[in-house]
Design a protein around this ligand. Structure first.
Ligand code: ZN
Length: 287
């Protein structure tokens, strides 16, 4: 059964480790993340962007697939199904579809409007027993070919949003989505410390986990980060393994064209990436 992310993140915050959010795109992705979490006895958050939800034909399909797998694969570790960077409308759809957690990304609204909309969702999530992630300060990344450097969140705005009763807070600390550019300046631990100071025990979320050096990840966890989002890294690992299979001509040998064979190396590559991250984040055996 899907659970809210609240309990797993509170435990992570207290135990000084982080729970990984791994974004899913299809059946192989979902199965790879769930099986790895179970093998490592780790809690896990499945992230679904609105785009990925649409790709999988809708949030109801995602809920059906994930719930089916939890049962058929005998998954007993805590699993949250979480909307990643949701619009207000997307959040409402996921609540209705049976997600156990949502992120409302109101970072592009003026702070007053972000607060207003977040408040409404706090009330609904409390009623449904769901967890809610809010965002303050935009997270950089490539948009229309331009890589934006992540802004740093205003700690006072973080406190204003945290005080509304959200479960977790994503604060921009110079992190960005996708691959990090050569001239990236690193995470702003100054901002992270200031945010932690203002928000107390609130579990903080680090987006753009791909390519942040391990020592920075560990320091971020020590400063209150309890959830780390990983998306691009699994995509790169999947693409690389699939490319090798095709380039080696394996799809042309025997029944190598069978999707169950063709997608197997990519599936294993996702599993290996998820395992590596869970070990780095310290969530192994924390289920
Ligand atoms: Zn993100």
């Amino acid at each position: 059964m899907l659970v809210s992310a609240k309990e797993m993140l509170t435990k992570a915050r207290e135990g000084h480790y982080a729970v990984g959010q791994f974004n899913i795109n299809n059946l192989e992705w979902t199965k790879a993340v769930l099986l790895t979490a179970q093998e490592l006895n780790s809690p896990v958050i499945l992230g679904v962007s609105e785009g990925a939800g649409k790709y999988m034909t809708g949030f109801k399909t995602v809920v059906g697939m994930v719930n089916g797998m939890l049962e058929e694969l005998n998954i007993t570790v805590p699993v949250a199904l979480h909307l990643d960077h949701g619009t207000f409308e997307g959040c409402c759809k996921c609540i209705e579809a049976g997600f156990s957690s949502i992120m409302f990304d109101g970072s592009h609204y003026p702070i007053e409007e972000n607060i207003e909309k977040t408040k409404e969702l706090v009330a609904v999530c409390a009623e449904k027993g769901m967890s809610l992630e809010a965002e303050v300060g935009s997270i950089g990344g490539e948009e229309d070919g331009v890589v934006g450097m992540g802004e740093c969140a205003d700690p006072n705005e973080c406190k204003a949003i945290a005080d509304l009763g959200v479960t977790m807070l994503a604060a921009g600390i110079g992190n960005i989505h996708g691959k990090y550019p050569e001239n990236w300046k690193g995470l702003s631990f100054e901002t992270l410390e200031a945010v932690k100071e203002k928000t107390g025990d609130m579990p903080l979320v680090l987006h753009g986990g791909t390519g942040i050096p391990e020592d920075m990840i560990k320091k971020a966890i020590s400063l209150g980060v309890a959830k780390i989002n990983v998306n691009t890294e699994c995509q790169l690992a999947f693409a690389d393994a699939t490319r090798k299979y095709i380039e080696a001509g394996k799809d042309l040998q025997g029944k190598g064209y069978d999707p169950r064979k063709l997608l197997a190396p990519g599936f294993e590559a996702i599993k290996a990436t998820v395992k590596e991250k869970m070990e780095l984040f310290g969530s192994v055996n924390k289920a």
